[in-house]
Write a protein of this length. Structure first.
Length: 358
């Protein structure tokens, strides 16, 4: 039976549309059942890609085909022309802001250094690739494969983090009685900085919102131990700030003063709730860039906790998200090392094949 191009494209468009709808249903279900997973980024990305291809095939067999193609060309051209300038502006903007407002550490300059290294590596790969024999080029294939994989995993992390944040903003209307503010380093050893202050303010605002929605009074756990250069615990400094600025009472507060990192924040706060004979279920508040990783960690630890985020200045978000992404890579390092090994193995096999066949 002969199938025309129009019929074939219609069938393909329908198939991709079914895939897109399946991914959307899967995404909605995953968000409802367990949003603390990188699967939500994969499902969302698959939905958008499948929907895009579905529309392409459908447009091809409709009367608006020419208009659609021209519109896409114009849009893609504009994006290709404008995006590099916007990206370059942001890199320069955040570099200047970080340089004048933050400490001159490698971690604070991470985004700029990473972009510079990425560009240099691409240029070097292009130059070296031209001078290598075929088997050498096949071995070098390991590098672009790894870079493509890292780009994919970063985009998936970013998309998952963004969707999780939207989900939790909606869930603010479904409060838990206990809230936990995750600590951060103190200024001058005993003072709450802007980043930590925004976490405390967001926690108290959520607590007041909870009190308006439920009969139970909200309780806040201020979680953070005392660092090497700090003269008091982060928990004590946070409570002092909350009491002074928002008149938050001691009776509705608990101080967790042992933790030194996010993992201990979550574990020790859960232990404190157990000691209080309370159900171990809480909402933690941290900076928006940090929420998703903390949520993934709480899932790994078996703690029933989700997070809400306080806003971070625009200039700091890029570097902060990149740091979080690196931490996510470390959390799943075995998986990523296996993928890297597979890429390397593919490159070696391809190189050996080229030696014996050409």
């Amino acid at each position: 039976m002969h199938i025309s191009f129009e019929m074939g494209f219609t069938i393909l468009g329908t198939i991709f549309l079914i895939i897109a709808l399946s991914c959307l249903i899967g995404l909605i279900y995953q968000l409802k059942v367990e949003p603390r997973t990188l699967k939500i980024g994969i499902l969302a990305g698959s939905f958008f890609v499948s929907l895009f291809f579905s529309l392409q095939f459908i447009f091809f067999v409709t009367k608006i085909r020419t208009f659609a193609i021209r519109s896409e060309i114009i849009i893609l051209t504009l994006i290709s022309a404008i995006f590099p300038f916007i990206f370059a502006w942001y890199i320069l903007y955040q570099l200047i802001k970080v340089w004048y407002r933050e400490a001159h550490t490698l971690s604070n300059l991470l985004l700029t250094l990473a972009v510079f290294a990425y560009i240099v590596l691409l240029v070097l790969l292009g130059v070296v690739n031209q001078k290598l024999p075929l088997w050498g080029k096949r071995i070098l294939m390991f590098m672009p494969l790894s870079m493509a994989y890292l780009t994919f995993t970063f985009l998936n992390f970013f998309l998952s983090s963004y969707i999780y944040g939207l989900k939790m903003n909606f869930k603010r209307k479904l409060p838990t009685q206990w809230l936990v503010t995750l600590g951060a380093g103190l200024i001058n050893g005993n003072q709450v900085g802007k980043l930590l202050a925004s976490r405390i303010d967001a926690t108290i605002n959520q607590a007041k919102r909870n009190d308006d929605l439920t009969d139970k009074e909200s309780m806040i756990i201020f979680s953070g131990g005392q660092g090497i250069k700090e003269t008091t615990s982060e928990a004590q400094a946070m409570f002092d700030y909350a009491r002074k600025k928002s008149h938050w009472p001691l009776a509705k507060s608990r101080l967790e003063t042992k933790s030194r990192n996010t993992r201990e924040n979550l574990v020790y706060s859960a232990q404190l709730l157990s000691q209080e004979k309370q159900k171990v279920e809480f909402t933690f508040c941290t900076s928006d860039y940090h929420v998703f990783r903390a949520a993934l960690l709480s899932k790994r630890l078996g703690i029933a906790a989700n997070g809400i985020g306080s806003k971070t200045p625009l200039y700091y978000r890029g570097t902060a998200f990149l740091r979080e992404y690196i931490a996510i890579l470390v959390m799943n390092k075995k998986r990523h090392l296996i993928v890297a090994f597979i890429f390397f193995l593919i490159s070696i096999i391809s190189a050996l094949y080229s030696v014996f066949t050409y």
